[in-house]
Design a protein around this ligand. Structure first.
Ligand code: PSU
Ligand code: MN
Length: 308
């Protein structure tokens, strides 16, 4: 672990990393920009509990007062949730100035991977990743998350990607960058709210032990970059495809009509979809995050056996 002078690793997290015990990183953009208060705080705290109950240590990641934090207190999570979009959404390009000015930042998949890697954490659970946006052939809106997956050695467990993105182009981009996309118990890329997307994944793996082994071997091969594990939402929480597709189409049209662009696009679409589905999408979102936390904790346990 290369300890960075701007990094604070919570004592519990540092101890677990040092002892080779299972640790799971968690992001904070999902708290400040991905869900409304108070469900965001409630979800973030429940996710930490789920990870603990599975025998792993949770490390929620954020930037607080210019410090890169791996492991937050309950008060810090509450602050990030209450302040919501008042906290900067922090991707790779935002880090230098936020840290230099001693500001706060909610970390995306990108910066959560970066800070997890700095802290020696190998696995990270979230809801959905950013990707190639629909219409990217003219807007060039492609999430920095995809570049980070190509560079930084952290396994990301998600529920696939929402069809606010162009899923086919997102997979093409990941292929070009050499990122393995794994379906957990499925041959098909899950589409976040639904279990299927019509697009195939690179490989199907069926157990946490298989996931851990694949990631371990990747590292032993000396290959840089992460790995993307896509875990379908549990059947009982998945949404009706027609309902969600309609909400996404309306949200996309409103974003376009309002000239929403840049880093505001994803949070705008998430909030709109939630509004249009009367909160059903939020319930699904929460449940799939729990499901990913469970899988990540089980995989972290297998990883720590392999690293022993
Ligand atoms: N997708 C979701 N929920 C989220 C995000 C994406 O379903 O909260 C967040 C993640 O933090 C992700 C970020 O890294 O949005 C991507 O933002 P952008 O598209 O601006 O790169
Ligand atoms: Mn973008």
């Amino acid at each position: 672990m290369s300890l960075n002078k701007y990094l604070d690793v919570a004592p519990e997290v540092a101890e677990a990393v040092k002892a080779g015990k299972p640790v799971v990183a968690l992001e904070s953009t999902i708290i400040s920009h991905g869900m409304p208060y108070p469900q965001n705080v409630e979800t973030a705290l429940n996710v930490e509990k789920i990870i603990r109950d599975a025998g792993a240590v949770p490390a929620t990641i954020a930037i607080i007062g210019g410090r890169l934090k791996a492991g937050l207190t309950k008060e810090q999570i509450d602050y990030l949730g209450k302040t919501g979009s008042g906290v900067a959404k922090a991707s790779r390009r935002d880090l230098p100035v936020l840290v230099a000015k001693g500001m706060d930042g909610a970390t995306t998949v990108t910066t959560t991977m970066m800070i997890a890697a700095m802290a020696g954490i190998q696995i990270f659970a979230t809801g959905g990743i950013g990707g190639v946006h629909r219409g990217a052939e003219t807007t060039m809106d492609i999430s920095a998350d995809l570049e980070e997956l190509a560079e930084t050695p952290v396994m990301v467990v998600c529920a696939g990607a929402k069809s606010i993105l162009d899923l086919g182009l997102t997979l093409e981009y990941l292929e070009t960058k050499g990122v393995t996309v794994i379906g957990y118990g499925t041959d098909e890329l899950p589409a976040f709210y639904t279990r299927k997307s019509g697009f195939g994944v690179d490989y199907r793996l069926d157990t946490p032990a298989e996931l851990a082994k694949a990631f371990h071997v990747k590292r032993e091969l000396g290959l840089r970059g992460g790995m993307l594990v896509t875990n379908p939402i549990p059947e009982q929480y998945s949404m009706d495809k027609a309902v969600i597709d309609k909400a996404i189409d309306t949200a996309l049209a409103e974003a376009k009509a309002n000239g929403v662009h840049g880093k505001a696009v994803t949070p705008f679409l998430l909030a709109k979809v939630k509004e249009l589905t009367g909160g059903d999408s939020l319930d699904s979102n929460i449940q799939l995050v729990y499901n990913n936390a469970r899988l990540a904790a089980a995989t972290a346990a297998e990883l720590s056996k392999l690293n022993a």
